[in-house]
Design a protein around this ligand. Structure first.
Ligand code: NAD
Ligand code: MG
Length: 388
């Protein structure tokens, strides 16, 4: 029998929520996929354990202080060990990788994603911040270097799945949101919520940063921006609908009024697997959806007064240029401050709105402009924090 070439996958952020689930997918389909590169920020022990199990060609630890520890842990294995953010970029550029799964958090994802795109590698995109910050630039580069970008975010994967086989344009995207743990909270209640409450997401288990972003609906705001760049629609064509059951992962409406949705139990392994297998669907051991057990599906309009971050994201999108980059940087600062009990839940939006006012606006930013904007907005947000 002919042996098929396995797809070589680089997982950037293999020790995180998406990264570890991606490794489960690879394990379940080890005849098709190979973990070729694994990278992490700090967690040497878990990265070493993963390397022992999957025997990748190379591993990279972003934090250079941890290099020796990782090298020593893997000394008996034929796995190349590197350290530093630049090494991540170099490896995705130079190694014969078929798919780069961007599963690291935040602005740090931008440079390696651009490196992979410039090398013409297919991107399975989990790191939505990359498109929030620089969707225009990344799209232009992807076009120039013929790099496919396949969404992993569950909503965007759902939309992507709805578009399979369609040749007609999208009339409207219906982007669903669970509403998070505070969906029904009043302003008074929101004023005093704690990080422990925010970290308890009702339907998804995710990394800390995105869990806070989900509670504050910043995540959904970012997903509106992400959808614009992935699917080439205008912001007016994207409707956010709160759907607490998280069963309808999103939907697309076409010119004839038909609406197609993708449904399923909340499990990120499905969109991860689809990003690897597209256009094919593979078997899976994941739980199946039982609609009778779900019983009812409900939908409501989001409340932009209580969840102001949705409005901030729309504003950033409307102003364009580097404004979404400013918003993202400010959000990274306030998200961390909230996680460290240095800022209240509602003040997060105040600081972001302030930062959007104060940071320099650039209408057509270059990559260098994005770096500068990110640094400037972080400084401004940090100085707003001390006054809050
Ligand atoms: P996580 O915190 O669980 O994991 C993050 C991973 O990235 C870790 O492996 C960490 O070592 C690595 N990392 C963090 N900072 C880094 C840096 N500066 N340089 C290099 N590596 C770094 O996060 P997660 O929940 O898996 O989310 C990853 C990305 O996927 C985020 O952009 C998030 O928005 C997106 N996403 C996640 C989910 C989910 O279900 N978790 C769903 C949709 C989208
Ligand atoms: Mg999502």
């Amino acid at each position: 029998m002919e042996t098929k070439e396995k797809k070589r996958i680089a997982i950037l952020g293999s020790t995180g929520s998406i990264g570890t689930q991606a490794l489960q997918v690879i394990e379940e389909h080890s005849d098709l996929y190979e973990a070729y590169v694994l990278t992490a920020n700090n967690r040497v022990e878990l990265l070493a354990e993963q390397a022992r199990r999957f025997l990748p060609e190379a591993v990279v630890i972003a934090n250079e202080d941890k290099y020796a520890e990782l090298r020593d842990a893997l000394a008996d294995l034929p796995v190349k060990v590197y350290a530093g953010a630049d090494a991540i970029c170099q490896i995705v550029r130079e190694k014969p990788v078929d798919v780069v799964l961007t599963a690291m958090v935040g602005f740090a994802g931008l440079k390696p994603t651009i490196s992979a795109v410039e090398a013409g590698k297919a991107i399975a995109l989990a790191n939505k911040e990359t498109l929030v910050v620089a969707g225009d630039l990344v799209n232009r580069l992807a076009h120039k270097y013929h790099a496919d970008i396949i969404p992993v975010d569950s909503e965007h994967s759902a939309i992507f799945q709805c578009l399979a086989g369609e040749v007609s344009p999208i009339e409207k995207i219906i982007l669903t949101a669970s509403g998070g743990p505070f969906r029904t909270y009043s302003m008074e209640q929101l004023a005093t919520v704690t990080k422990a409450q925010a970290l308890k997401h009702p339907s998804w288990s995710m990394g800390a940063k995105i869990t806070i972003d989900s509670a504050s609906m910043m995540n959904k705001g970012f997903e509106v921006i992400e959808a614009k760049w992935l699917f080439g629609v205008s912001p007016e064509q994207i409707q956010v609908v709160v759907h607490p059951q998280s069963v309808v992962h999103s939907a697309v409406q076409f010119a004839d009024g038909a609406v197609k949705a993708q449904l399923g139990v909340p499990d990120m392994r499905l969109p991860i697997q689809y990003a690897f297998s597209y256009p094919l669907r593979l078997d899976s051991s994941f739980d199946r959806l039982d609609l009778c057990q779900v019983g009812s599906l409900t939908f409501e309009a989001p409340d932009l007064r209580r969840f102001r971050n949705l409005a901030l994201a729309r504003e950033a999108l409307a102003r364009g240029g580097n404004m979404p980059c400013i918003l993202n940087a400010a959000n990274e600062v306030v998200n961390r401050a909230f996680l460290e009990d240095r800022l209240g839940f509602l003040q997060m939006s105040d600081v972001m709105a302030d930062t959007m006012q104060k940071a320099h606006y650039v209408a057509e930013p270059t990559y260098e402009d994005y770096l500068q904007t990110d640094a400037e907005a972080r400084r401004i947000a940090a100085s707003c924090l001390t006054r809050n």
